[in-house]
Design a protein around this ligand. Structure first.
Ligand SMILES: Nc1ncnc2c1ncn2[C@@H]1O[C@H](COP(=O)(O)OP(=O)(O)OP(=O)(O)O)[C@@H](O)[C@H]1O
Ligand SMILES: [Mg+2]
Length: 361
């Protein structure tokens, strides 16, 4: 009965002896730590991890001080896959005879420690995504309000400048009115681009590769052979329901950023990969989807500056002198309207933008 309970717990349970060797591990712990109990039995717990931390000493101390403790959101790297996991864990002493009690007298002998651990990765990811979705909605409302406030007086300024231009004889003064009109137009274009986020979707059944191929051919013209464009497609991906033109806009915005990020890379090494896959059981916001379509846009450029990476999906956040900082905000907004999500991971030499689109809405 005890085994049945342990086997079905979603909390990982590991029991260690005095040398911190694994004496028991339940299936949840096997899953979390990506090892089987068979293989790791009697192995030191440290061998499961790629890097040793001071947490090993902390566990060892429980044998002498008999005091249980809990640690939260500890980042550990697994030795098998080098994957990082984030876990909460509690370590408690087990005394001779197998009974576990919180306060022990001096002469009790702790023979084992019990570790209960739970993965926090998924929870962290879900709360990050919720923050993304809600920040996107907030900025959309803000932009809509601001855009109207700007456009009305701007129309007035432009109209007045035009009237003035007609009254003036040609000469330097007319150059001034031209500047006013041109700058007003530039500002209106910017506001229109920001408002463009609100265009309703025209949904149809589309093959995601059609979208990527359109972007690929546009990009090939733009970079004129200066970037190695690699396709890594899964041709079996089912069709999705989406707005083709707007999805092209999304991928184009991301690919253009990648091209810009590659300017400092050696010419013959510049590479952008367009990769498609399906992914099972993916949670977007609060909804878990059985199957989603995943499009990765990977470049080997300079990477996103660390101080920007948290905020790149906000409008007007840009790391480029001539950037408006709207490309990614527009892209994220379009994908969220498709009930999907864009995520990004970046380090120098590898930036991955992943677009997730559900098949079932
Ligand atoms: N693949 C990438 N590699 C490195 N940095 C990137 C990458 N993609 C985006 N960035 C950074 O994120 C910033 C925001 O991108 P975004 O597309 O939103 O705006 P922008 O490119 O600056 O301006 P816009 O797209 O409106 O012309 C960029 O300025 C750049 O600093
Ligand atoms: Mg951009």
């Amino acid at each position: 009965m005890n085994k049945l309970i342990l086997d079905n717990l979603s909390t990982g349970v590991v029991v260690l002896d005095k040398q911190l060797r694994i004496e028991y591990m339940n299936p949840a712990a096997e899953n979390l730590l990506e090892v089987s109990f068979q293989q790791s039995r009697a192995q030191p717990i440290g061998s499961i991890f790629a890097t040793a931390g001071n947490w090993l000493e902390e566990i060892q101390r429980v044998f002498s001080n008999s005091t249980p403790f809990t640690r939260r959101q500890v980042n550990m790297q697994l030795a098998t896959s080098f994957r990082h996991i984030v876990v909460d864990y509690t370590v408690s002493p087990i005394i001779e005879g197998g009974l576990m009690i919180a306060s022990l007298s001096k002469d009790t002998v702790v023979t084992h420690v019990l570790i209960e651990m739970q993965s926090m990765d998924r929870l962290l990811r879900i709360s990050r995504e919720e923050a993304l979705v809600s920040s996107e909605q907030t900025s959309r409302t803000l932009i809509r309000g601001l855009a109207h406030e700007i456009k009305n007086p701007l129309g007035g300024i432009r109209g007045a400048a035009q009237l003035l231009a007609r009254e003036l004889k040609s000469g330097p003064q007319q150059d001034y009115t031209t500047v006013i009109i041109e700058e007003a137009d530039r500002l209106r274009n910017l506001v229109d681009r920001m408002l463009g986020i609100n265009k309703p979707l025209q949904l149809e059944k589309i093959n995601v590769h059609e979208v990527l191929e359109r972007v690929a051919s546009l990009t090939e013209v733009e970079v004129a052979g200066g970037v190695n464009l690699v396709r890594d497609y899964d041709p079996s991906i089912p069709e999705i329901r989406g707005d083709k033109e707007q999805l092209i806009q999304v991928v184009l915005n991301i690919v253009r950023n990648a091209v810009q990020a590659l300017t400092k890379t050696d010419k013959d090494k510049r590479k952008i990969t367009l990769k498609t896959r399906t992914q099972h059981h993916f949670t977007i916001g609060q909804k878990q989807h059985r199957l989603v379509c995943r499009v990765d846009i990977i470049d080997n450029g300079c990477g996103i500056p660390p101080e920007l990476v948290q905020n790149i999906f906000y409008p007007l956040i840009s790391g480029r002198a001539d950037g408006t900082g709207l490309g990614l905000a527009i892209a994220q907004s379009i994908i969220i309207q498709h009930h999907g999500l864009i995520q990004c991971e970046s380090k120098p030499g590898e930036t991955i933008f992943s677009i997730y689109l559900p098949f079932d809405k």
